[in-house]
Design a protein around this ligand. Structure first.
Ligand code: ADP
Length: 447
């Protein structure tokens, strides 16, 4: 096993990785920008290295500085967390070229899945069902019009290099297509430096259901069941559940068997998530994320595993040591993403936290880098805490989440805590009958 791991991230996920390392007797190296000198991940790590000024492109995305930090501290492996460099294939390549282990998949698979068109082609070759759409990249507006006529409106134009919901535009009719085509390409060019787009049928009432997988370097692949991430605003997740209130165990097992066989054929390694839209009992693949996800804790709570420890073990070359039949699912887990934003307008609200009090008690987990007196910097993602609960049943998990939200105190900044309280109290959320469009109606973004 590694003796020292560098964590190339910040915030709650840097802490999350540190905790797994600590319990495994692995020493940790934190890297940080000047804005994060007093951050929790820096305080808890065994060593820390300042890698640049506040702007992420000069610090958390500064490959040379991160590799130098690994070198001078004698780290053997690098965990990228999520966001930042976690899905950057060149970074993974450079890490390995400098003699460190990249705790994640191969650069080849990161590159393949990072191009959503290539990812869909790879999944099609493994007989994984896709959302109907264009056969790869759209070469012209003419072609976009032809495909839209064939698959019927509404359609969605999506960026091949897309992420974070950017470069995605809906056209409900032929009149809207030109605008959607133009805006999606402009956004994609600006955000990703690549204006390649493709088209999918825009599903009217799907759920977002994703499957957590893990592979060792010896050809063993398992899945840890599904997460339902249908509660979204602007294509971004706010609340996640494991399992999905809509799925049966048989449906999960069938999808899981197909996916794990496919990934084994592909030679995939480490953790990954396949995202699907699910409507009328049918799964349709949309993309694969080749990293640990924000919402991984709900899976950990129902499976009783530590995904980061598993990532470290397989990255060090260990075999999984268990089979699919050893993995069992117990109870129900829910995660609320608490962000430093106004709960009504979603305007960012960085600043000093005067009082922080984390909830506790049976079945409650808080992944957060907050502390009383900490100033949330304005330079990064607004996620400040993940409140995760586990209960014997979904109803118990909801009741537990409601009381944990009551107990939690984050004073000094605005947060989305009140929004989560409203969601958990809503009868339709409680019924489990919701789609990816439900939350936007709930917050008044659509009618
Ligand atoms: P990103 O990588 O930018 O997050 P995804 O492809 O993962 O983009 O899609 C994000 C979200 O957008 C999905 O969870 C879903 O809510 C919505 N979405 C994506 N594709 C479709 C589609 N074909 N029809 C309806 N909604 C979709």
């Amino acid at each position: 096993m590694f003796k020292k791991v560098l964590i190339a991230n910040r915030g709650e996920i840097a802490l999350r990785v540190h905790r797994a390392c600590q319990e495994m007797g692995i020493r940790t190296v934190a890297v940080h920008s000047t804005a994060d000198a007093t951050a929790m991940h820096v305080r808890l790590a065994d060593e820390s290295v300042c890698i640049g000024p506040p702007a992420a492109r000069d610090s958390y995305l500064n490959v040379a500085a991160i590799l130098s930090a690994a070198s001078i501290t004698g780290a053997e492996a690098i965990h990228p967390g999520y966001g930042f460099l976690s899905e950057n294939a060149s970074f993974a390549e450079m890490v390995e070229a400098h003699g460190f282990t990249f705790i994640g998949p191969t650069a080849e698979h990161i590159r393949m899945m990072g191009d959503k068109i290539a990812a869909k082609q790879a999944m099609a070759s493994l007989n994984v069902p896709l959302v109907p759409g264009s056969d790869g990249e759209l070469s012209s507006f003419e072609e976009a019009r032809e495909v839209a006529e064939r698959i019927k409106y509404p359609v969605l134009i999506k960026a091949a290099a897309g992420g974070g919901g950017r470069g995605m535009k809906v056209a409900h009719s032929a009149d809207e297509l030109e605008e959607a085509w133009r805006v999606a390409r402009t956004e994609a060019k600006a955000a990703f430096g690549n204006d390649a787009v493709y088209m999918e049928k825009y599903l009217d009432r799907p759920r977002h259901i994703e499957l957590q997988v893990l592979a060792d370097t010896h050809g063993n692949v398992v899945h840890f069941g599904e997460r339902d991430c249908s509660l979204q605003r602007r294509h971004q997740k706010l609340v996640e559940e494991a399992g999905s209130p809509a799925l049966t165990a048989a449906e999960r097992d069938a999808l899981g068997a197909q996916v794990t066989q496919g990934l084994s054929k592909l030679g995939y390694r480490n953790a990954g998530t396949l995202e699907f839209l699910w409507q009328d009992g049918q799964f349709a693949f949309i993309e694969m994320n080749t990293r640990l996800q924000v919402e991984h804790p709900v899976t950990e709570m129902v499976c009783g595993i530590d995904l980061v420890k598993e990532q470290l073990r397989v990255a060090a070359g260990e075999t999984l040591g268990y089979a699919q039949s050893d993995i069992t699912f117990g109870g129900h887990a829910i995660e609320c993403r608490i962000t430093a934003e106004d709960p009504v307008t979603f305007a960012p609200s960085p600043g000093r936290v005067t009082t922080y009090h984390a909830p506790g008690g049976l079945g409650v987990r808080v992944d957060s880098a907050l502390y009383s007196g900490y100033a949330v910097p304005p330079h990064y993602d607004s996620l400040v805490a993940k409140l995760v609960v586990h209960g014997k049943t979904r109803a118990e998990a909801i009741a537990r989440m409601r009381r944990a939200l009551e107990e939690m105190v984050v004073d000094g900044i605005r947060t989305t805590l009140p929004l989560h309280q409203r969601i958990m109290a809503d009868p339709q959320f409680q019924s489990g009958d919701y789609t990816i469009h439900w939350l936007e109606r709930f917050v008044g973004l659509r009618d």
